[in-house]
Design a protein around this ligand. Sequence first.
Ligand code: 5GP
Length: 202
Amino acid sequence: MQGLAIILSGPSGVGKSTIVRQAGAQLKNWCFSVSCTTRAPRPGEVDGRDYHFYTKERFEQDIAAGSFLEWAEVHGNYYGTLRHPVQETIQTGGLMILDIDVQGARQIRAAIADSPTEPSFVTVFIAPPSLAELERRLRGRQTETEESIQKRLKNARTELAAMGEYEFCVVNDKLEQAAEDFLAIVKAARCRTALLHTNPLL
Ligand code: 5GP
């Protein structure tokens, strides 16, 4: 059976990684895609675990080499997903969860249009209950400067406008419920008939 890649987008601070961590406890054979970025590590972030922290030069070399499945400039830094780990996970029947912005999700949609591996990609948008709540969460994180918070809030409005491009939306009001909804989407996606190489009845 083919594996699955879940493309997860939503404004910064909405709680994507918290939902994945919560839901992940009940999932098997899954991993989180480690993106490459040129932004500086936040306190506590580990290179190779949270992100691959690249210099701008290295990132641009990898763009030129075609190493990225998608990449985008977000809040003034480059972010990108390496092509190889995603391909390998899908080919070996695993589940990979990718946290990427709406520009990156558009690139993946464009790349997989008319491709036979299309059922292996599912797109999910995580929305905050309100912009006021999102701002409260971003401030509560205490890792961002005021300038960075304003940049992220401005970007959030643009991202929220793209919600309709996604197959599913989960509103992260109460974490427990959001994680449960996310889990239900993953389970349903894994049951897609198109993921079967062969029909057991034939
Ligand atoms: P942060 O700096 O808060 O870790 O991430 C900022 C934004 O970058 C998030 O909204 C996240 O979705 C996006 N992002 C993280 N990794 C990638 C990636 O590999 N590709 C794209 N296109 N966006 C990413």
